[in-house]
Design a protein around this ligand. Structure first.
Ligand SMILES: [Mg+2]
Length: 264
């Protein structure tokens, strides 16, 4: 049994998929909880491993679902990937397997798209619902020719409106098995790197923030590594079943997001 949240934090980092929304509908109580915390003066960012949107499209979807948010309040794995590569190798040539929002974030950061294997600096992988043999082969040839391999996240599955959806993990494995090249970097959770961007956006230290998520292997692990307290939304029966044997449990448990709103 995990303890309840008993205080209001200056900052909250909300996971999106499975915590705030299930793609096209809100998790019950998310709108009320976020509005109440904002009403108490807390700062909020939304953080997601999902690379299928830009900061702007995720902010618009949240707003349309009844949780008003601006693009500056969204920290997505595609945004963080673009910032990472722009810092590491300005103007580098990227072969992107993923959807257009990932390309848009990379191009906005001054990076170049390239599909000629011998000229590619980075194979950049986001989840791709049109993953194909041709894409696998291009990545394989690029890695053989010396490119680095980076991925937005490594989740095996993610929650969808009609049930769970296969995610990027199997695509990473396919490229690794073919090329013999292990992924060099995954920027999304559980890498605390992405949380560094969330703290920067909140302009608060780790100890003033609470991370609210629904997965042990990403949210809880990332929060632990970044020194941020974590409240786990007990929504997914698979996660609840894993909890008993989990070596680094979350700080708090939530039956629903309104449990975040405590005291007067
Ligand atoms: Mg989640």
């Amino acid at each position: 049994m995990l303890p309840p949240v008993t205080r209001t934090y200056p900052g909250y980092i909300f996971d999106l998929d499975g915590t705030v929304w299930l793609t096209d509908r809100l998790v019950p109580g998310a709108d009320r909880a976020v509005a109440a915390l904002r009403g108490r003066g807390s700062r909020i960012v939304f953080l997601t491993n999902n690379s299928v949107g830009t900061r702007a499209t995720f902010a618009r979807r949240l707003t349309d679902l009844g949780v008003p948010a601006g693009p500056e309040e969204i920290i997505s794995s595609s945004f963080v990937m673009a910032r990472y590569l722009a810092g590491q190798a300005p103007g580098c040539r990227c072969y992107v397997i993923g959807h257009d929002p990932l390309r848009e974030e990379l191009c906005a950061a001054g990076l170049h798209l390239c599909d000629r294997p011998g000229e590619i600096d980075y194979v950049v992988l986001g989840v791709d619902r049109d993953f194909s043999y041709h894409k696998l082969q291009t990545a394989f040839l690029a890695l053989r020719a010396g490119a680095a391999f980076v991925a937005t996240n490594a989740d095996p599955y993610c929650p969808g409106p009609e049930g769970d959806l296969a995610d990027i993990g199997a695509m990473i494995a396919a490229i690794e098995v073919a090329s013999g090249h292990r992924v060099d970097l995954v920027v999304g959770k559980p890498n605390p790197y992405i949380l560094g961007w969330a703290l920067k956006a909140l302009d608060l230290p780790a100890e003033d923030c609470l991370l609210v998520g629904d997965q042990l292997g990403t949210d809880v692990l990332a929060g632990r590594q970044a020194g941020i307290a974590v409240a786990l939304l007990l929504r997914d029966p698979l996660v609840v079943a894993q909890l008993a044997g989990w070596p680094t449990p979350p700080d708090f448990g939530l039956a629903g997001l309104p449990d975040l709103v405590v005291g007067d």
